[in-house]
Design a protein around this ligand. Structure first.
Ligand SMILES: *Cc1c(COP(=O)(O)O)cnc(C)c1O
Length: 220
């Protein structure tokens, strides 16, 4: 079942776009099924759940952290995580840097932007990030590597609104790239699109899509 749904999704995704299979709340047995079908990138939104699955599965899985991350939970994911999508404050980025240093690692991170109309979603505004970058506040953090941006669209049936929000994230990415990251070849990722909107996200320039329920079924 999972193999079939996974191939339905991945067949719609071009080779240059990374599919993150969002396995949050789902048992490890389902991850193993997807793994056996060839999937290597998985997304989780709870620190302890990511750690538990990573320790249990002990495979060459690339773990993505996609949820709101509390600073006191950073230590649980740093040993395991390949990419943190949800950096939404300087204090959080500094905490990741500190924990990564303890493990002699450099952790890849995305800056999360608030592009939705809903106030419930986390993330920076472009203005906030520009202040941090203009004041060089991200520069001394040698154990984090900022590789792009992430955003979540409003939960709505209005496809044009969703498309507009993805366009906004693309514009933010392009402006940051030009002004602050033009010499950094690995600043190239735009993480946007979920089960309901990943095709629109790809049309608007996503390089990473995060798809859960279309692969693993709906969550409780
Ligand atoms: C749960 C989640 C997803 C996947 O959602 P689906 O609609 O199940 O595909 C993607 N991104 C984030 C940040 C999530 O929390």
């Amino acid at each position: 079942m999972i193999e079939k749904k996974l191939s339905l999704v991945s067949n719609q995704i071009p080779d240059n776009v990374q599919l993150v299979a969002v396995s949050k709340t789902k048992p490890s047995s389902m991850i193993v099924e997807a793994y056996t079908a060839g999937q290597r990138h998985f997304g989780e939104n709870k620190a302890l759940e990511l750690r538990g699955k990573a320790e249990e599965l002990n495979e060459d899985i690339q773990w993505h952290f996609i949820g709101h991350l509390q600073r006191n939970k950073v230590k649980y994911i740093v040993p395991h995580v390949a990419l943190i999508h949800s950096i939404d404050s300087l204090r959080l980025l500094k905490e990741v840097n500190k924990e990564a240093a303890k493990h002699q690692k450099v952790i890849n991170c995305l800056l999360q932007f608030h592009i939705a109309k809903e106030s419930s979603k986390f993330g920076f505004s472009l203005e906030e990030i520009e202040v941090l970058l203009a004041e060089n506040l991200l520069k001394g953090l040698t154990h984090v590597n900022i590789v792009g941006v992430m955003g979540m669209a409003t939960f709505t049936d209005d496809k044009e609104q969703v498309r507009d929000e993805f366009k906004t994230l693309y514009t933010i990415y392009a402006q940051l790239k030009k002004k602050y990251f033009s010499n950094q070849t690995d600043f190239k990722e735009i993480s946007m699109g979920m089960s309901g909107d990943y095709l629109i996200a790809i049309e608007e320039g996503a390089t990473i899509v995060r798809v859960g329920s279309s692969i693993f079924g709906s969550r409780a």
